[in-house]
Design a protein around this ligand. Structure first.
Ligand SMILES: [Zn+2]
Length: 427
């Protein structure tokens, strides 16, 4: 025991030494700088948060051609940026008008934002802006400032792949939430804008694309529907800054790429699935008010038009709430087939399997969910129940305890988890 403690202490001490003295070349200024978070650690944290970002944005858009397009576009722009990290590009199903990045490379664009774009240079501008945040280490600076020493424990837990430790799970939950609601400062936005203009231009796109996108956001702002503005504030001064940079540094940009045949084809494809997605959006409102039968008929219509992972996931959820467990399982399976990085269907399938007493199958599905997002309270509760039912006392205690640590107190199963824990600890 003493030895183990000593080993853990030594590991923490070591990681402190290593992390606190990382010296790196600042990608923007080219000067040597000291950072708390190494690029490698930054990339690792970003990777860990990808499934949460996908889950909170309704899964990946299930069309390979569109995913490939955004990857090619993104990589073409990333190539001209000075920072070498693990760039990744995804289109998510969300109807919100948004784009965001994670530390160390991942960039996300919503289906809702693509619907508002009219030409390729606008997409290039938004991607280049997000790459600006990554290149200027804005996420890393946020992590260093917000979590500091506390983060080291979390990183250690993540690095050791030992999410059993409640403290590591809690740190990851905190870091994910912090990163997904991250709001940059005005200075950081200006920096990302000026880098965005530069990266657009250097990769051959008309940097005015970012400007026309900003003007559209501004026009839509009154309706309060642009999610992007809640994390990237857009005062008039910002638009003026971008105008100024373009007219001073890149006055002759009209010969650059404005649009492409491919962009128009991609856009047409996304428009063709809009009706289906709109039905799911309406169904979600009925789900909120527990009007499950109304929701079900809308989801049936959505799937008839376009069978997306998003529609199947919500139909699985409705079936779960209607106690139609076998239907829930088959819908969840269809969603998983379309997108194996989407957490929600694995969770719904696991819960449905618990409900019909298929404990071991449930454990398989919930453990897959846990590999994606290891900080969900419901997941730990149902895993705890499964382990309890098959007589695995150690795992049952561990998972039920973590569930109670993670819960907001309103999940509805807290009393049962406590009752089971008392029973388990008796023997
Ligand atoms: Zn921004």
């Amino acid at each position: 025991m003493k030895k183990r403690f000593f080993k853990l202490f030594f590991l923490i001490f070591l990681s402190f030494i290593c992390l606190s003295c990382v010296s790196e070349i600042d990608p923007i200024s080219g000067e040597k700088t000291y950072t708390l978070l190494s690029t490698e650690e930054e990339i690792r944290i970003g990777h860990k948060v990808i499934p949460s970002a996908i889950n909170e944005n309704d899964g990946l858009y299930p069309d390979r051609e569109i995913q490939n397009y955004i990857k090619e576009m993104g990589n073409k722009i990333a190539k001209v940026t000075p920072r070498k990290v693990d760039y990744q590009f995804y289109v998510v199903n969300s109807s919100q008008i948004n784009a965001f990045a994670l530390p160390g490379g991942p960039v996300f664009v919503t289906r809702g934002l693509l619907l508002k774009m009219d030409k390729e240079s606008e997409l290039a501008g938004v991607l280049a802006h997000e790459l600006g945040h990554i290149n200027a280490r804005h996420h890393a600076k946020f992590l260093e400032k917000t979590y500091g020493m506390n983060m080291l424990l979390g990183i250690l837990g993540i690095a050791l792949q030992d999410s059993k430790y409640a403290s590591a799970v809690m740190s990851l939950a905190q870091i994910s939430a912090g990163l997904l609601q991250l709001k940059f400062s005005r200075d950081q936005e200006n920096e990302a804008d000026s880098l965005g203009v530069r990266f657009s231009y250097d990769s051959g796109y008309d940097p005015k694309g970012l400007l026309t996108m900003f003007e559209k956001f501004k026009a839509m702002e009154r309706g309060g529907t642009v999610e992007w503005l809640s994390t990237h504030p857009l005062p008039d001064t910002r638009i003026k800054n971008v105008q100024q940079i373009i007219s001073e540094k890149y006055p002759h940009s009209s010969s650059l790429i404005q649009d492409s045949e491919r962009f128009r084809a991609i856009k047409a494809k996304i428009i063709s699935t809009k009706d289906s997605y709109d039905y799911v959006e309406k169904a979600k409102k009925y789900i909120k008010s527990r009007n499950y039968n109304e929701a079900l008929s809308l989801l049936d219509k959505a799937i008839e038009i376009y069978g997306s992972n998003y529609a199947y996931t919500y139909r699985a959820l409705v079936n779960l709430n209607l106690n139609k467990y076998n239907n829930a399982i088959s819908d969840a399976d269809k969603a998983i087939q379309l997108d194996s990085l989407y957490f929600k269907p694995f969770l719904i399938k696991g819960i449905a399997l618990t409900k019909i007493g298929k404990w071991r199958e449930s454990i398989v599905s919930l453990n897959k969910a846990k590999q994606l997002i290891p900080d969900n309270a419901d997941l730990y509760y149902y895993l705890g129940v499964d382990y309890h039912e098959i007589g695995d006392r150690k795992n049952a205690i561990e998972h039920l305890s973590t569930a109670l640590n993670l819960t907001d107190g309103k999940r509805g199963w807290e009393a049962d988890a406590q009752r089971r824990l008392i029973m388990l600890k008796k023997y």
